[in-house]
Ligand binder design. Structure first.
Ligand code: SER
Length: 617
C-alpha cells in the first residue's frame, strides 16, 4: 500500500468509531521546554491526558509529525528514520483496553489485510507498583482465537519489564518527574519471516528469537499505552482520575508491513526520491549495491524540509544545531555519491514536497524558504569542507589524533561525527581512544545544553509555568496596544524561571517603551482580572477577535482563553484563574533574533505580590 492509503485508512477507521480528527501539532513544541522536538503523538496532548477538557471531545485521531534527534546516528540501516509520522488514536477517559485492542487488531487485519499469523504481541510483566497486564493477555488470546490461532504466552504473547512495556515521555518509571503521566503498554510486532534471523551475517543467528530481540525479523508497528498512572513526589504511582489510551503507530512502519518488506526506504515515500538520486549519481553504485548514503540523504533531507517548515534555521545551538547536523551529514553522503554541487537538493527536495503537498500544504507554501535555507547551509558547509580538507592534506602518516579532530570541530565547526565520517571515508585512520575522549567531553558539553531543558520536571503544568503562561498572554496584548496590531506571535518558550516570547516588530524597542509595556502588564495583573475559557468553532473564535499563532493549523473546535476584556487567544491552556496570582512582571531582556522578529525574556516574582498586597492593606 502507499503511505497515503494507510494514513487515510487509519483516520477513516477511527472516525468510523466516533473519533474526531485533529491536525498535527508543530514539530517544534510551543510552551514545552522539556523537549526540543515533538517526538511522539501524545506530547502535545499531555494536558488532556491529565484531565484538561479537549475541545474536540474524548475520542481523538490524528497523524502527528515527529522528529527523534537521538536516532540521527542510527540512520543508514533499513529501519531508522529521524522524521516520521505517528498515527494516533486517543481515549481521554473514554474507552479502555476492551475497545482499543480489538479495534487495532481489526484495523491491521481487515483494513491493512495483514495476516494475523504474522502478528506478535508484548505486554507489561508488572512491577512493585503496577500488576502484570493479564487483562490485555486475555483480550489478545480471545482475538487470536477468533481467527483460529491459539496465542500462547511465550510463543505469540510475550511479557517484558519497564524497559520495553512501560511508556512515558521521560522513559522508565524511575526517570519520570513527579506529576508525569505514564502507564503499561501493549505492542504489536510484524514478523517479516524467520529467514531474516538466519541471514549469514546476523549476530542473532544462534540466539533465541523473540519480538524484542532486534534480529531484524520483527518490527514494532503499533503501541497501545494505557496511560492511567501519575508519578508522585515520593516516587510511587497513583491512578489518574481518568484512564486514557494513547496509541501510536509509525506510518512508515505500517506501510512497510503491508509491503511485507522490512526496508522502510522501499516504501513509496522514499523510493521516488531515491530513484531520482540514483539517476544523478556520479558513481556506478545504486541503492541496491550501496543503500546507506541514499538512506541518509533521503531521511535527513526530508527531516530538514520539515524543520525549516517549522521555522528552524541552522545555527550552533539547540534546534538549529540539529538541523545543521542533518544538512551537513546529508551533504557528506551526497559527496560520497559523487554529487559535489546542489544537484541532489534541486532533484530530491521537490520529490518530498510533492508527497506532502496535500496533507501539509505549508511545505508547498514555504518551498522558496526551504530551498533557500538548505541550499545556503550546503554552500556554507562546502567552504568549511574545503578548508577542512586542506587540514587533512597536512596530516602526518594519514593519522588523525583525537585532539586534531577536536580542533577541527572547534575551529571549523565540523561536528565530531562528521569528521569521523568524512575522514574515514578518505581512508584516514583515527586514534579511536583519543577521539572517544574528545567525544565524551563534547557529549558532556551538549548534555549541559540539554539538561537545562528538563529542569523543573513537568514544567508545562507546574504553578510557576502556568503563571508565566498567563503572563505571556498579557504581554502579547500589551505589545499590541503599545507597539501596534502588527505584533504577532512567532514563538513562545516557558521554563519555571522565565518566559521567552518572539514576535513581529521591525525595530529595537526603547527602554521607555519597555517600561510602558511592563507597566501595562502589571496594571492588568493588579486588577485581578478573571481568566475564563470557552470551547468554540475556530471560525467563531477568529470572528470574535481571538488571536491565533500564524502558521499553526488548528482543529475545528478550539479553546479560547480570555483575560477580562483585555486579552483573547486561541490556546490549549492551562492558565491561572485570576491575574493577581501571577505576581510582579519584569522584562529582563529585549533583542532582535532575525529580520523583523524581536525576542523578550521576562520573569514574574511572587515577592512583589505580597508587597503590593501589603500596600493595599
Ligand atoms: N506514546 C506512545 C509512543 O510514542 C504511543 O503513542 O510509542
Amino acid at each position: 500500500m502507499t503511505h497515503k492509503e494507510v494514513r487515510k485508512k487509519f483516520i477513516s477507521f477511527y472516525k468510523g468509531k466516533r473519533h474526531v480528527e485533529i491536525p498535527s501539532a508543530s514539530l517544534v513544541p510551543e510552551n514545552d521546554p522539556t523537549t526540543l522536538f515533538t517526538s511522539s503523538g501524545m506530547q502535545p496532548l499531555v494536558p488532556y491526558l491529565l484531565g484538561e477538557k479537549h475541545p474536540s471531545g474524548t475520542r481523538i485521531v490524528n497523524s502527528q509529525k515527529c522528529f527523534r534527534a537521538q536516532d540521527i546516528d542510527e540512520v543508514g540501516d533499513n529501519r531508522h528514520t529521524t522524521f516520521f509520522e505517528m498515527l494516533g488514536n486517543w481515549s481521554l477517559g473514554d474507552y479502555f483496553k476492551e475497545n482499543q485492542l480489538p479495534w487495532f487488531f481489526e484495523f491491521l487485519t481487515d483494513e491493512l489485510h495483514l495476516d494475523p499469523k504474522r502478528l506478535y504481541i508484548s505486554v507489561f510483566e508488572g512491577n512493585e507498583f503496577v500488576p502484570k497486564d493479564n487483562e490485555s493477555i486475555k483480550i489478545w488470546k480471545e482475538l487470536f482465537s477468533q481467527v483460529g490461532i491459539e496465542a500462547k504466552e511465550g510463543e505469540r504473547i510475550f511479557s517484558y519489564g519497564v524497559d520495553k512495556n512501560w511508556w512515558s515521555r521521560s522513559g522508565t518509571p524511575d526517570k519520570m518527574p513527579p506529576g508525569e503521566p505514564g502507564g503499561p503498554d501493549s505492542e504489536v510486532f510484524y514478523d517479516f519471516g524467520i529467514e531474516r534471523k538466519f541471514h549469514e551475517n546476523s549476530p542473532w543467528k544462534n540466539k533465541p528469537c523473540h519480538p524484542n530481540c532486534e534480529c531484524g525479523r520483527f518490527l514494532e508497528i503499533g503501541n497501545s499505552v494505557f496511560m492511567e498512572y501519575q508519578k508522585q513526589q515520593n516516587g510511587s504511582f497513583k491512578e489518574l482520575p481518568q484512564k486514557n489510551v494513547d496509541f501510536g503507530g509509525g506510518l512508515e512502519r505500517l506501510v512497510a508491513a503491508t509491503n511485507d518488506n522490512p526496508d522502510m526506504f522501499q516504501i513509496d515515500l522514499f523510493s521516488t526520491a531515491i530513484k531520482t538520486l540514483e539517476a544523478i549519481t556520479k558513481t556506478p553504485s545504486n541503492y541496491k549495491i550501496h543503500p546507506r548514503p541514499y538512506r541518509i540523504i533521503s531521511d535527513h533531507l526530508r527531516a530538514a524540509i520539515f524543520l525549516v517548515d517549522s521555522g528552524v534555521e541552522p545555527s550552533n545551538k539547540l534546534h538549529g544545531y540539529v538541523l545543521r547536523r542533518l544538512i551537513r551529514r546529508a551533504m557528506i553522503q551526497a559527496r560520497e555519491l559523487g554529487m559535489m554541487g546542489d544537484e541532489w537538493l534541486s532533484n530530491a527536495i521537490p520529490e518530498f514536497i510533492s508527497q506532502y503537498s496535500q496533507i501539509y500544504p505549508s511545505v508547498t507554501k514555504n518551498t522558496p524558504e526551504i530551498n533557500q535555507v538548505i541550499t545556503a547551509e550546503v554552500d556554507k558547509f562546502r567552504k568549511t569542507i574545503d578548508r577542512g580538507l586542506r587540514e587533512f592534506e597536512k596530516l602526518k602518516d594519514n593519522q588523525l589524533t583525537g585532539s586534531t579532530a577536536f580542533n577541527l570541530y572547534q575551529s571549523y565547526g565540523f561536528p565530531l561525527e562528521i569528521i569521523k565520517e568524512l575522514y574515514l571515508q578518505k581512508g584516514v585512520t583515527l586514534n579511536e581512544l583519543e577521539f572517544s575522549e574528545a567525544q565524551k567531553t563534547h557529549a558532556n558539553l551538549s548534555r549541559k545544553v540539554t539538561s537545562r531543558l528538563f529542569k523543573g520536571g513537568l514544567v508545562d503544568q507546574s504553578e510557576a509555568v502556568v503563571k508565566l503562561h498567563t503572563a505571556t498572554h498579557l504581554l502579547q496584548q500589551a505589545l499590541r496596544e503599545v507597539l501596534g496590531s502588527h505584533v504577532r506571535q512567532k514563538g513562545s518558550n516557558i521554563t519555571a524561571e522565565r518566559l521567552r516570547f518572539d514576535f513581529t516588530h521591525p525595530e529595537k524597542i526603547s527602554n521607555e517603551t519597555i517600561e510602558k509595556i511592563e507597566h501595562l502588564v502589571n496594571k492588568k495583573i493588579d486588577k485581578n482580572l478573571t481568566v475564563s475559557v470557552e470551547i468554540v468553532p475556530l471560525n467563531k473564535a477568529i470572528e470574535e477577535g481571538a488571536l491565533t499563532v500564524p502558521g499553526t493549523t488548528y482543529p475545528e473546535q478550539v479553546k479560547v482563553y480570555s483575560i477580562g476584556n483585555f486579552s483573547k487567544e486561541v490556546c490549549g491552556g492551562p492558565h491561572v484563574d485570576f491575574t493577581a496570582t501571577i505576581g510582579s512582571f519584569k522584562i529582563v531582556k529585549e533583542e532582535g533574533i532575525s529580520q523583523g522578529v524581536r525576542r523578550i525574556y521576562a520573569k514574574v516574582s511572587s515577592d512583589h505580590v505580597n508587597t503590593r498586597k501589603n500596600h493595599a492593606q
